[in-house]
Design a protein around this ligand. Sequence first.
Ligand SMILES: Cc1ncc(COP(=O)(O)O)c(C=O)c1O
Length: 405
Amino acid sequence: MANTLTTENKAFIKSHLVDRHHTNTLKWDALQERFGNPDLLPLWVADMEFKTAQPVRDALIARVQEGVFGYSFIPDSYKEAFIHWQQDRHGITVKPEWLRFDNGVVNSLYAMVNWLTKPGDPVLIFQPVYYSFANAVTDTHRELISCNLLNTPQGWQVDHEALHTIIRDRKPKLAIWCSPHNPVGRVWQPEELEAVLTPLVDAGIPVVSDEIHEDFEIGDTPFTSVLSVANGRFQDHVIVLNAPSKTFNLATLLHSHVIIPNSAWRKDYDDFIKTIHQTEPSLLGVVAGEAAYRQGTPWLDQIIAIIRYNDSQVRHILHHGAPQIHLQPLEGTYLLYVDLGSYIPADKIKDFVQNHCHLAVDYGAWFSPQTPTFIRLNLATDPQLVARAAHQIVTALQETVPQAL
Ligand SMILES: Cc1ncc(COP(=O)(O)O)c(C=O)c1O
């Protein structure tokens, strides 16, 4: 794990870091509204303080200069660029006819629930997990079932026994899976994926896999898609959601993929989706995405080096200043799930984080009722801010619970 920044990394940071204050940025400019204090150091929302790759900006500028933003379609060149990226970076084969498009992965999560289940149906998720998963289930009046992940000394794991019991007794109609996993940072091993998919697929339960974080391989484990695990054995039973947006910091360009290898499902999806969603593809999202997939690798490699460095900074500072905080390895994503529970009880976490650490974070309670003492830190930002945040946690602990340190 890298724990220094190279000269090249430093130059990259200097040329890409932006002050996002006063740009209507959710992370920076909504602190008063969301946390009641505009002066917190924000490490919440999962986007970055880095400008997207220069070739992406160039492609966007060129398209904007044309000056017309009328109806458009997604060119074959976009599909080729994406398919090549999947193959080249991850060894995943995607056929062009499998591809559908949407205006964001969260949109698609809701569409999947509406398409594949009926109100009242049980839908399975694996908490703690990105809160839009639970929202997509409960907002659409389905029954939320969680197979809670286990926080073990060997890392976060799926509770396979619980999974089998849930499948047998609760008979979910749909499972929504997160890979790599936000917020626990796992990049699932092929054997783990097989062990999750096999009982679900044997029981005839479709699996939607949200793979938006696929490009953030932070540890040594390479990302494996549900599309390619076990030589593609599960392809006909899975739907993959992903996008260039998380990887290249393009969230509000509103462009994402729905990948459906099963041709009968695809037809069914097409029939369903036109009843709820007649939106055009995002022109600028497609322009940016194609440039990113074709020319974004050097930029992404820099970002990954910075995330690794930030991860090692937090570990170092917390290890020395607050040794009872046990951190699981960050294998994937740029989001670190930190348990403050050995120092701060659940009912004091918010007060501690906001009033003593002066941080704005995503709270563990947002991801699962089981993780109320966790906070999630966004590491895709200025290393100085990340170090400051970690020091603020240590200082606040020294002030609040000196006897425990
Ligand atoms: C697992 C996961 N899915 C989806 C999203 C958001 O996707 P989108 O912005 O395309 O709706 C996020 C954002 O953090 C995420 O972590």
